[in-house]
Design a protein around this ligand. Structure first.
Ligand code: UD1
Ligand code: CA
Length: 458
């Protein structure tokens, strides 16, 4: 869609009581203003002009334009929304449709924006305005219409008469007009009003004065036009949005034990029959394949969970690929570079890093497996540790198919355990073990019959 956008993001957000610029606070793990930029991208906008001020450098460093060409205009003093738009004017393509958005209004659907832009394109010299009906419109600009219900202006709450305060159609702030018209109207703004600010909203009456049409669209959902001013509002909108994301996943066939206790901070794709228990947090890109079951309090980041695999509660899994019919946890930690082949099992208090667990292999309890290649049908006993780090470098452990590692063993890398070998419980393996052998390193057990326990002095 041939459209350029202006995103106002210079405000301080004093009511957030925070050092962080308001537009960098997050919803669903993403800065507010990044949501807006991403909607522009989905809309197919070519350019976004960000008006920055408070914390501008940090905003500049943090946001990503992706396919959109992003430019920044600085507004040193915040003299009002009209003044903010003025800062962006020099960067605009002339005589082109221009959409004005707000960095602290993060969740407008791209479809709603498209509707607004299309309305504008049918009437390219006028203004398309997004409005909304609120029961309590306190604080918002009110849409003033004439007897024929034509929009004739916007009056800010602080400038409104008692009569005008009864109007419950409000200005969302989002609008679309031609850049040349915008430039002309902005140049005529004055700050002769209750707040001594240059109001963008005054361009509506100017357009009407010029004989141009002002038309309106409404979004389907209230959250689409909700702006953030306080941390409470941020938290409320986060919940609304998370429920919306859960609803979309349920529409696609995902079962949630409680969709109100779910947090998606990235992207999640699910095949059929996926079940997600309460309090799961999903980050990065996660794929849940057919019939995967995710237990309570599980955190998943950038991973694929295979068909019919079960992740038991309180597991943390990052940058990992798990194949089908596996089980993980409870309380397992799979760190980056882990691959679990079909039908393998990692149990409670097991940490795995940069390792392959072969088909049908198991590490049931209390182990560290790092920089390790585990073959098929290997049994790793409780408390087994790969000693992969010598204080300077990391080394590899290779455990071949059908090996059995007894409990409480240490495998000092680099080391190889041959196919079908058995390592006795409590062994410290420091050199390679050959196939089908038994390796054991234990102090011989002795028994002292006459032993008496020390007694406490009376
Ligand atoms: C504005 C509208 C009001 C509308 C409301 C919707 C005006 C005059 N009023 O009021 O009709 O109902 O939004 O939420 O436009 N900003 C700058 N520089 C400035 C001033 C503001 O970048 O000098 C940015 C802010 O960071 C914010 C946005 O513009 O993202 C809106 O500013 P704000 O002061 O919140 O406007 P409102 O008074 O809420
Ligand atoms: Ca506001």
């Amino acid at each position: 869609m041939d459209i350029q956008t202006i995103i106002l993001a210079a405000g301080k957000g004093s009511r957030m009581k925070s050092q962080l610029p308001k537009v960098l606070h997050q919803i669903a793990g993403k800065p507010l203003v990044q949501h807006v930029i991403n909607s522009c991208q989905t809309l197919g906008a070519t350019h976004s002009h960000l008006v920055i001020g408070h914390g501008g450098d940090l905003v500049r460093e943090t946001v990503k334009g992706g396919r959109i060409e992003l430019t920044f205009a600085e507004q040193i003093e915040q003299l009002g929304t009209g003044h903010a738009v003025k800062m962006a004017l020099p960067g605009l393509k002339s005589n082109s449709p221009t959409l004005i958005l707000y960095g602290d209004v993060p969740l407008t659907h791209h479809q709603t924006l498209r509707e607004l832009v299309e309305l504008h394109n049918n009437n390219p010299s006028g203004i398309a305005l997004m409005t909304c009906h609120f029961k309590d419109a306190t604080g918002y600009g009110r849409i003033v219409r004439d007897d024929d219900l034509k929009v004739v202006g916007i009056v800010e709450h602080k400038d409104a008469s008692e009569q005008q305060k009864l109007i419950n159609e409000i200005n969302t702030g989002i609008l679309c007009c031609n850049s040349d018209q915008l430039t002309k109207w902005i140049s005529q703004l004055s700050n002769n009003n209750a707040q001594g600010e240059y109001y963008l909203t005054d361009i509506i009456a100017m357009a009407v004065e010029d004989g141009e049409k002002v038309e309106t669209v409404q979004p389907d959902n209230l959250y689409e036009i909700e702006g953030i001013n306080t941390l409470r509002q941020l938290a409320d909108l986060e919940r609304v949005w998370q429920r919306e994301l859960a609803n979309q996943l349920m529409d696609g066939g995902v079962t949630f034990r409680d969709p109100n206790r779910f947090d998606l901070r990235g992207s999640l794709t699910c095949e059929e029959n996926v079940v997600i228990d309460v309090n799961c947090v999903i980050e990065g890109h996660v794929n849940l394949l057919q019939g995967a079951k995710i237990g309570a309090n599980v955190c998943l980041k950038d991973c694929t969970i295979g068909p019919n695999t079960v992740i038991k509660p309180n597991s943390l899994i990052e940058d990992t690929v798990i194949e089908d019919e596996c089980s993980v946890g409870p309380f397992a930690r799979l760190r980056p570079g882990t691959v679990m082949k079909s039908d393998s099992h990692v149990g409670n208090f097991v940490e795995v890093k940069k390792s392959i667990i072969g088909k049908g292999s198991k590490a049931g309890h209390l182990s560290y497996i790092g920089d390790c290649e585990v073959g098929k049908n290997v049994n790793i006993g409780a408390g087994t540790i790969t000693c992969n780090y010598d204080g300077a470098n990391k080394h590899k452990t290779i455990i071949e198919d059908d090996a059995f590692i007894g409990s409480d063993s240490q495998l000092v890398a680099p080391v190889r355990i041959g196919k079908g070998a058995t390592v006795g419980a409590g062994t410290t393996v420091t050199s390679d073990v050959s196939a089908e052998s038994l390796t054991i390193s234990r102090v011989k057990q002795k028994q002292i019959e006459s032993w008496e326990r020390p007694q406490k002095k009376k």
